[in-house]
Design a protein around this ligand. Sequence first.
Ligand SMILES: [Zn+2]
Length: 389
Amino acid sequence: METRSRKRQRSGSIDQDTVDSNTIELESDHEDETAVRDEHYYKEDGDCVILVGKVLFKIHSFLLKRDASTFEDMFNMPQGTAKDNKMNTDENPLIVYDDVDDFRALCWIIPTVYTDQQSLSKANIKNLVSLFIIAQKYHFESHESFSRNLLRKHCASLESKPTSKFNYFRKVPESRLQTLLRIAVLTEKSYELDKEDSLTSLLQSIWIKRLEDKNDLIRSALTVGEDLGLRKFVAELYYLELTRTKPLSLDDHSLAYAHPVVDLGVTQKLALFQGSWSLRCYWSKMVSSFRAKPFACVKNKDHQCGDVWDDSWAEYISRASNPEPFDPLEGLSKINDIIVDAGERDKEGRAYDCAMQAIDTMKTGLKDSFAEHFLGPLPKLDTRIKSST
Ligand SMILES: [Zn+2]
């Protein structure tokens, strides 16, 4: 523990590489533990010493009290007898429990004027995350909202990029992603959460992409998704698990298959199987009834969407005879590709817009229904189901 925090403080500081040589012994129960003065943010002229992990910071308390932060309350608390309790020496610091790098990020930003977005935009993604987490914790209002907004923009810019470009989000421990998602949900307004460009939504899709890319277990994401009541996220995680799971043949002579053991609880496995069953029902219905077209096309010589619709589904079904992972969303994408191909090969330049539009609508509808497949209808629908059985 101790070596780890030393290491981190060596390599993880905001803008220095060297280590402070000022180490002093602290009187504590752990005699072997020494606190180190932070090289950058131990200001001799500061009036407040703060111990974070094994690192001492000395800063101006007026900086900490700005921006409606909770430090204001902390410093203004009646101190009783404690004229000596001034928290201004290394031996008598204010002790807080934070990540050291997070606290450095705070020290870095507080001397700036709150509205100075210029300096914030110089922060790299790691520092921005630190700042957002700690600004939220201590309620630095404007630093929190500025860092959230920059973080949101950064995440949005990753949307169109391949996962390999996610450097920070690919490597960061999942516990950090959990914290970020929790704080995003806490700080964004409830009507914003489901919007595609909210930090909450963007973090979810980044996490899903990371899981697809690294083939990690979904459990950690699932836990936080369930805690926060993020139905859509939870359902997407189940869908990912479903479509990437390869069936296990029981043995050479058996016609039956087992589901591989995944790191899920009993209720979670039940949700996975419920969704799997429901989606298989949906897909077999789609495949058997594709001739009932979900669109009306003005059939003329330039617009023959009905024909291409039938042909594309038939082609997909004939191709899909090879075993492949069950993935209805991917199935719809393949049908879409067949339609696009047909359009490109069409020498008479016919358009198949209605068919393509219909596939698009089906894909969106399918994605939106994941939660119902895996988790059942929203509670308000329960009574209707009960009374109909
Ligand atoms: Zn048409």
